[in-house]
Design a protein around this ligand. Structure first.
Ligand SMILES: [Zn+2]
Length: 363
């Protein structure tokens, strides 16, 4: 077993470490958003498909769906953003887009989308992401309970910042990415890349000690399908790391549709603690750690001061609202959850290393 690092169990040390990669706290909200290029991001690429009479995306390019977590029929309508209707599930509390783009259109969009690459590859974003990914990997590693880093699958590897860090830390990494430009870039760097959706990846069962879903579940039409496949691919004692935008965050509760997290062509599902727990438990997972990252305190202050939430420069409105309070209440803008399969019986060290079923992805 890895001995748990001191910071993992010390609340103040852990908070201090989280604050180092909260870009808006470190650099200021306006400065961080400008320096990462967020001010120049393109408008909704599906704007031209909005019917001016209804304000909704044209019916010939969308498909209906029930709640993708619990299957309930669409519940309370919340708002329309960029032509997409956002609803709240009365059963599991998921906020989701009930009429999403047709599958062929969505697949083509993700294969060809490059608009966010500039943001993800900007200097300040890479600096913050490296610290954030290292933090997540450290938390996951301490829970894996194995002496050495094992095999890791990063689903939706994007521009590859996380797999680079994981490889540097000694993990045997596999990246799953079907965006053409990202996949080609990762392949050029020598990573093993599966250029397919997870359900078509044809990977050996029980072959990964750690599977990571960094900001993936908000984008997929069928999160239940992802979880079923992840469950098959994890070793019995394997760890699943999930990071999603937090619909229960303070910033999202205040801004509602004005929050940049809502945009129906790519963010289809908005989880909170309740709905993510439901998704995990219905797939046989038990939760080991739940915490939030990124405060967006500056965004909140800007909005309360009638400024642009993302480009304003307001002074703090509530002096008493601190990063500690935000994260204590799970009000941060990202939800980080680590879990493992319930049926996992803890193998002893010998069983683990000698198992004939264990797959050694020495790529
Ligand atoms: Zn539901």
């Amino acid at each position: 077993m890895i001995s748990s690092p001191e910071w993992l169990h010390d609340k103040q040390l852990r908070l201090a470490r989280k604050n180092t990669f909260d870009g808006a706290l470190v650099l200021g909200t306006s400065n961080f958003n400008k320096s990462t290029g967020r001010v120049t991001k393109p408008i909704n690429p599906f704007q031209k498909y909005i019917d001016p009479d209804t304000g909704l995306i044209r019916t010939d390019i969308i498909r209906p769906r029930n709640c993708p977590v619990c299957g309930e029929a669409p519940g309370q309508g919340l708002f329309i953003k960029d032509g997409f209707r956002h609803v709240r599930c009365p059963s599991c509390d998921l906020i989701y887009v009930s009429l999403i783009l047709r599958e062929d259109i969505m697949v083509q969009y993700w294969r060809e989308e490059i608009a966010w690459m500039g943001v993800l590859q900007s200097g300040p974003q890479v600096d913050m992401d490296r610290l954030k990914f290292t933090y997540g990997l450290d938390v996951a590693s301490s829970l894996c309970g194995i002496e050495n880093p094992g095999s890791l699958l990063d689903v939706g590897a994007g521009t590859g910042t996380f797999v680079r860090i994981a490889k540097e830390a000694g993990w045997k990494t596999t990246a799953l990415e079907f965006n053409i430009a990202s996949a080609e870039s990762l392949e050029r760097e020598g990573y093993r890349v599966i250029v397919k959706p997870l359900e078509l990846a044809d990977l050996p069962p029980a072959s990964f000690d750690l599977i990571t879903l960094w900001e993936i579940l908000e984008h997929v039409a069928e999160p239940q399908l992802i979880l079923r496949n992840v469950s098959k691919l994890l070793t019995p004692s394997g760890i699943l790391l999930i990071l999603v935008p937090n619909a229960g965050s303070l910033v999202t509760r205040i801004l509602h549709e004005k929050s940049n997290t809502f945009g129906g062509h790519s963010h289809l599902n908005h989880f909170n603690v309740t709905s993510l727990k439901y998704l995990l438990e219905t797939n046989g997972f038990e939760i080991l750690e739940t915490e939030t990252l990124l405060t967006e305190l500056g965004t909140i202050n800007n909005y309360l001061d009638y400024q642009d939430p993302y480009l304003g420069d307001a002074k703090p409105f509530f002096d008493s609202l601190t990063p500690e309070i935000i994260h204590d209440r799970l009000w941060g803008s990202r939800l980080l959850v680590l879990s493992k399969k319930k049926e996992a019986s803890k193998p002893n060290e010998d069983d683990f290393h000698d198992s004939p079923d264990s797959f050694d992805p020495s790529f």
